[in-house]
Design a protein around this ligand. Structure first.
Ligand code: BG6
Length: 480
């Protein structure tokens, strides 16, 4: 076979909190994404205690997808999308997170949204929690620090999986669950598990907390898989990882060991999602560092039972690590005297993300060899400043980035034999950036008229990449 399979899932991806807006409508509760201010290129966002004047919170309105989705779905149909990846806003369904009864208006919204997608021939691919949880769970329980949150998540998963059992087949549990892995988490931003370190803590104190919360989150994920399978055995339930391959900078053997250690720290999460047990390298490291992680035999059994069907992942960039003394870089603790540094063989985006299409082929190969499960590229994209003066907006740089990655994906599938279910580029329509809260870090093939301070008509416009991607899908990736 030298072509992609006929049913290859071409699509587009977004997340609820980055598009919907309507942050306090129809019974929705406050989410941890609603208390994040806007930042900028190189300027971090802040988390406030509740919503406070005079801060600007870009996710409150986002691109108003909540009200405008019929128009947006019409454009997705014109693009030819087969699937659309978004998430359910947990706080739309359970405003506080610990209630027994769900918010019917929230469920109804997703019923309508999924119906509209399906009526237009587009299958929803759904993440249960994409960087958000009800704010109350973070405030009152400390997020996944507290094991009670496992049950709240399981109850939420059961509620939505039952409700949408005939509308959604592809599910993922936690978006980029492994992006909390480095343990060098900044104060004042949420971890993936809903934790905010407000007080100075040592790196090892933070790391121990993050490992415990991660284990709790992984148990919650496994519970969701088990629940989902009991509701509909046809469900395909995956994890969602951020894969950033880290290369040894030189052929010095210690550089290879450093790269292996850094990669294992990230693989820890998919190792558990896929193999159902804590890897030996992690157990050993916890022992050496004196961390006591609470994981009962019963919970170990849950991890074993709730393994995933596929691996969804994001791919944006690669990294490099070295132990060579003469080079400058950012010190890390994974291996003696190791540091991350810029790869001189690749270029970077305006936000310093290192552009490496071959790294996608490499990632697909190593992940497939490691796990042997189908892979789903559910995020890949190029955040860039767009010049809006031409019609359509000329974004050749985005086309170049996406075409180069699709080319490498095809090599991985056709020449290397990797099983890839589909490809959903990130931010198919412009959205609020997660990292910086900007609108001007644009990923979309559809432009949204809104700026970093929230001004704009919200009008949608096609970019040149729209017409390009339409052709890519129509030719099943032949014409890129
Ligand atoms: C991924 C996230 O990490 O990267 C998305 O899943 C995010 O939510 C995307 O938007 C791009 O990051 P950023 O910071 O450019 O929005």
């Amino acid at each position: 076979m030298n072509k992609l399979q006929k049913d290859f899932l071409w699509g587009g991806a977004v997340a609820a909190h980055q598009i919907e807006g309507a942050w306090n409508l129809a019974g929705k509760g406050l989410s941890i994404a609603d208390v994040m201010t806007s930042g900028g290129n190189g300027i971090p966002r802040q988390v406030t205690k509740g919503v406070k004047a005079p801060y600007y919170y870009p996710n409150h309105e986002a691109i108003d997808f909540y009200h405008r989705y019929p128009e947006d779905i019409a454009l997705f149909k014109e693009l030819g999308l087969k699937v659309f990846r978004t998430s359910i806003h947990w706080s739309r369904i359970f405003p506080l997170g610990d209630e027994e009864m769900p918010n019917e208006q929230g469920l109804q919204y997703y019923d309508d949204l999924f119906d509209r997608l399906l009526d237009n021939g587009i299958e929803p691919v759904i993440t249960l929690s994409h960087f958000e949880m009800p704010y109350h769970l973070a405030e009152a329980y400390g997020g996944f620090r507290d094991k009670r949150v496992i049950e709240f998540f399981a109850h939420y998963a059961e509620t939505v999986m039952k409700r949408f059992k005939d509308k959604v087949k592809y599910w993922m549990t936690f978006n980029e669950i492994n992006n909390q892995a480095d343990g060098q988490h900044d104060l004042h931003t949420w971890t993936n598990s809903g934790i905010l370190f407000e007080h100075e803590a040592t790196q090892s104190e933070k790391e121990a907390v993050i490992y415990q919360a991660s284990i709790n989150e992984l148990i919650a994920s496994a519970r969701a898989v088990m629940i989902g399978k009991s509701i509909n055995p046809e469900f395909q339930i995956g994890c969602m990882m951020a894969y950033v391959p880290v290369y040894p900078f030189s052929s010095k053997p210690e550089d290879q060991m450093a790269a292996l250690k850094v990669m294992n720290r990230r693989f820890f999460y998919s190792d558990i999602h896929v193999r159902g047990k804590v890897p030996t390298y992690a157990v050993k490291s916890w022992q050496q560092k004196g961390y006591s992680i609470d994981l009962s035999d019963e919970e170990k059994e849950v991890l074993q039972q709730g393994t995933v069907d596929f691996i969804g992942f994001s791919y944006y960039m690669s990294g490099t690590v070295t132990t060579l003394e003469k080079l400058e870089g950012q010190s890390i603790t994974d291996f003696d005297n190791s540091k991350m540094l810029t790869n001189p063989y690749v270029s970077s985006s305006d936000w310093g993300w290192q552009i490496d299409p071959v790294g996608l082929r490499y990632t697909l190969n190593i992940v497939y060899e490691r796990y042997g499960l189908p892979l789903f590229i559910v995020e890949n994209g190029f955040g860039a400043y767009d010049d809006v003066h031409e019609e359509p907006i000329q974004d050749q740089y985005r086309i170049d980035y996406l075409a180069a990655h699709i080319h490498q994906m095809k090599l991985a599938i056709i020449e290397d034999g990797v099983d890839v279910l589909g490809y959903t580029p990130w931010g198919i329509i412009d959205i609020v950036s997660f990292g910086s809260g900007e609108m001007d870090k644009r990923y979309g093939m559809i432009y949204v008229d809104k700026d970093n301070s929230g001004e704009g008509s919200l009008k949608r416009r096609k970019k040149a990449s729209f017409n390009w991607y339409q052709k890519v899908i129509a030719t099943n990736g032949e014409d890129i």
